[in-house]
Design a binder for this molecule. Structure first.
Ligand code: IPE
Ligand code: IPE
Ligand code: MG
Length: 251
């Protein structure tokens, strides 16, 4: 954290980062709900419930900031390996949260996108997500991308499979496959690569998130657990991002 900005009030920090170029796209690995709950002697699900509140505040903060894209990692393809009760709770929470937040998302001109395998979710969760996608389709403010049953390796395998099918059908020459063509077949098609990737709870890993898209993303890790992550933390991450020198291999 840079010392100069650490002392600013939230409002002053917001004004300061708004005066500089913002990342177009920030992505967040929202981690640490379970540890937040354990630290309070509560069941893990209490942490997830609190995590939803943090997510709501961060979406609002991204709107105030005028961010173009915000991606939130909500459930990974590996998270199915958790105890059935926790998975069930997370799915229910997801369904009810999308339902509850939808009016505000519409009102604040947020456009929802989902990446990940929706097909594998329970029909009621899928229907809720599809309803929210439809209801926000025409919005032109923040694009909120929720990674839901998302795994980057699966995403890449499916993209390669789709390209292979087109080659086999004679529609596409292997030489015509380039980075842009591959990116068009990813779940994130049309979404710019994240400039900034935030991970809470101090873990220094990517956990199968956006492997292709983060080739040159700036990483920012905080020990803060997700339920404690506040708009101020988001603004601080962006202030630090704005101090970085992005060289992309140049000098
Ligand atoms: C992140 O918090 C939420 C999800 C992965 C769904 P965790 O549940 O991973 O919390 P920790 O990492 O166990 O503390
Ligand atoms: C990453 O967190 C996935 C989400 C935040 C949804 P995990 O808690 O699942 O990651 P690992 O297990 O620490 O790698
Ligand atoms: Mg975790």
């Amino acid at each position: 954290m840079s010392r100069a900005t650490a002392e600013l009030t939230e409002e002053a920090l917001l004004a300061a980062i708004k005066a500089c170029p913002l990342p177009r796209h920030a992505a967040i690995i929202m981690d640490g709900n379970g540890r937040w709950a354990r630290g309070r002697g509560l069941p893990r699900i209490a942490g997830h419930r609190e995590g939803v509140k943090a997510a709501r505040e961060i979406v609002r903060a991204a709107g105030r900031l005028g961010l173009g894209y915000l991606t939130l990692y909500a459930f990974s393809s590996e998270n199915w390996s958790r105890p059935a009760g926790e998975v069930e709770f997370l799915m229910g929470l997801l369904e009810s949260s999308i339902d509850r937040e939808l009016p505000e998302l519409i009102e604040s001109n947020v456009r929802l996108r989902v990446i990940g395998r929706l097909e594998a979710l329970a029909p009621s969760v899928r229907r809720g997500v599809e309803r929210a996608l439809e209801a926000t389709r025409a919005n032109s403010g923040l694009t909120l991308v929720i990674a839901l049953n998302y795994g980057a390796r699966r995403e890449l395998v499916e993209a390669i499979r789709a390209l292979a099918r087109r080659v086999a059908a004679g529609e596409l020459a292997p030489e015509a496959i380039d980075e842009a063509r591959l990116a068009e077949h990813l779940d994130t098609r049309g979404v710019p690569d994240p400039d900034l990737l935030i991970r809470t709870s101090g873990e220094m890993r990517i956990s199968n998130f956006l492997l292709w898209q983060i080739a040159y993303t700036e990483l920012w890790v905080t020990p803060t657990l997700w339920p404690d992550f506040s708009p101020r933390d988001l603004y601080q991450a962006i202030a630090d991002f704005q101090q970085r020198s992005r060289r992309f291999g140049g000098v």
